[in-house]
Design a protein around this ligand. Sequence first.
Ligand code: NAD
Length: 347
Amino acid sequence: MQTVKVNASTPYEVVIGAGVSAKIGDYLIELGCKGKVMIVTDSHVAPLYAEGVADELVYRGFEPSIYTFDAGEESKTLKVYGEILSFLAEEGFSRSDTVLALGGGVTGDMAGFAAATYMRGVTFINMPTTLLAAIDSSVGGKTAVDLPQGKNLVGAFYQPSLVLFDTDFIKTLPYDEIRNGLGEGVKYAVLEGGRIFEILSEGLTSETLEEFICLCVDAKRRIVEADEKEGGTRKLLNLGHTVAHAVETLTEFVVPHGVAVAYGVRVMARLANQRGELSEEEFYKIEEILLTNDLGLELNPIEELIPYFTADKKRAGDTLTLVTIAGIGDCRLTEIAIEDAGAYFMV
Ligand SMILES: NC(=O)c1ccc[n+]([C@@H]2O[C@H](COP(=O)([O-])OP(=O)(O)OC[C@H]3O[C@@H](n4cnc5c(N)ncnc54)[C@H](O)[C@@H]3O)[C@@H](O)[C@H]2O)c1
């Protein structure tokens, strides 16, 4: 078991290890929680883990309730968010009670937003159950729901009081979801280099899983501590995301987020190499890490993607902040005028 301490505006611990979910009641007592706990979960995760977590809470004197929504991004809506808030009110939750997310990034983002806003904020605990949520979305305090006009358009920065990731949860995760998490993992590998890159170059195994998650969480911790509200350096975490959002929109979200991010990293690596900013040797190392992790996707002609970069103009303004790759472990923020995007990408 390992612990990463995040010194955000509200400090908290991220605990990672096999079997840690069995101690959830003890952790909540340590945090000073008492009374009611709303477990927010989805329809795939509920039958696997919700009763076990609820039993632990009852054993430690808490009063848990379970709110289950239909699994999938389609549920990350104002409607389901509203239903969670109504359920909290119906069950008589007060400001001193707790919301606990048990699931992937969809659950964590939506339950976190409910916790941030119910009675102007109640204690929020995140128990991620996907690789993507463990290494990325559960840390950093971004909570949100989607609107028909776009993803994550309504939300808040709201830090959890604890993140508890039981590595045993990965055992039931379908292969496609592991691959999706590895997509965000490749992003950290290129941002950080070093051991994260080495682990994914060799292929993640059950022996390296805990170390890998800790290293990714620690990388995110450093970035979030330096820039919690994404005024500057936190934007580095958007490596691959401009292209990823274009791919997600183009494919109507058939390509899942993490896989789209890996695709975006590949496009950015190729671009950097063509622009003479990334050496041939490092470019091929990035290509190889993508192939090793089953993320060597066939690339669309860049002309098909460019119109989507500018689609967000109303929200993004006239400039596009790209995360460019100068080397493995050396990524930078580069601002370009949106009208120059075509020329920039068509080297
Ligand atoms: N807040 C942030 O900083 C941040 C960062 C990255 C992504 N995100 C968000 O995260 C979301 C994607 O997260 P995700 O990929 O975890 O999606 P998800 O929550 O939909 O989970 C993926 C699938 O795996 C299933 N599942 C989850 N855990 C399981 C387990 N242990 N065993 C079996 N099945 C399991 C879920 O039911 C779902 O079908 C997106 O909405 C994205 O916007 C947020």
